[in-house]
Design a protein around this ligand. Structure first.
Ligand code: PGA
Length: 269
């Protein structure tokens, strides 16, 4: 049995004070839930104090990104060691918003500017390998754009992103890897992927893990769905065979909403 995993991705939201308030309320609401892995991923600026606030709770800390070096002249980057130093267990890698692929197009982010977001299959792979090497657990994201879905390329996009991200990762290391299927068109748009289809694509992700590592590893791999997961659609999603939890943006910013998602995952466990 796979333990459900609910991760809150705060993105570029919450000051230290706001984040502390949120996790204090959340910790009270989810206290005692032991059959779900729970994590929150605040922005870098809030990691250290939120990590402190999460001590003696059942909520783990994660970061929203990292660089693939231990230290050095990499202005603006953060190393896995630094993340572990402030209490991180997890790190989100290859999120579509880090690849410059947005669910809600931003007119300020032109084709020319999109490179500032930097990530591609190669960097996601480097980061995943280095995270594991340094003892951080990566949550590796994949997902298709609306145009890719409309062209019938959903499965091909997802399979190629997963294969690229996992290159060189061993079967043993897969125990520390979470995969997240996040259709880009469903992120922050309020448009959730229908549960059957989300389950089907998560199944495609699992089949890819079978192909790479065999059935045993694939059956143990946690695969999250992400994209407008809310208290009113979680039940349908979490009931599905291949969906082991959620990577949640908007609904993780309110304690009551995120707690409701955790409890829905707990009732499936
Ligand atoms: P959303 O974001 O829940 O706000 O759609 C999900 C994500 O990007 O992880």
């Amino acid at each position: 049995m796979r333990k459900p995993f609910m991760t809150g991705n705060w993105k570029m939201n919450k000051t230290v004070g706001e984040g502390a308030e949120l996790v204090k309320a959340l910790a009270d609401m989810v206290w005692g839930v032991e059959d779900v892995t729970i994590a929150v991923c605040p922005p870098f600026t809030a990691l250290q104090p939120i990590g402190q606030a999460l001590r003696n709770t059942n909520i783990a800390l994660g970061a929203q990104g990292m660089f693939w070096k231990t230290e050095g002249a990499y202005t603006g980057e953060v190393s896995p060691g630094m993340l572990k130093d402030v209490g991180c267990t997890y790190v989100i890698l290859g999120h579509s918003e880090r690849r410059g692929r947005f669910g809600v197009p931003d007119k300020d982010v032109t084709e020319e500017l999109i490179t500032v977001f930097g990530d591609n299959d190669a960097t996601v792979n480097k980061k995943a390998l280095f995270a594991l090497d340094q003892g951080l657990k990566p949550i590796v994201c994949c997902g298709e754009l609306l145009s890719e879905r409309q062209a019938g390329n959903t499965d091909a996009v997802v399979v190629s992103q997963i294969k690229a991200a996992l290159q060189g990762i061993t079967a043993e290391q897969m125990a520390d890897v979470t995969l997240a299927y996040e259709p880009v068109w469903a992120i922050g748009t309020g448009e959730v992927c229908e549960a059957d289809e989300a389950d089907r694509v998560c199944g495609v992700v699992r089949s890819t893990v079978v192909e790479l590592y065999g059935d045993c590893v694939a059956q143990a791999t946690i695969i999250q769905y992400g994209g407008s997961v809310k208290p009113d659609n979680i039940a349908g999603l979490i009931a599905k065979e291949n969906i082991d939890g959620g990577l949640v943006g908007g609904a993780s910013l309110k304690a009551a909403d995120f707690a409701a998602l955790v409890k829905a995952a707990s009732s499936r466990a």
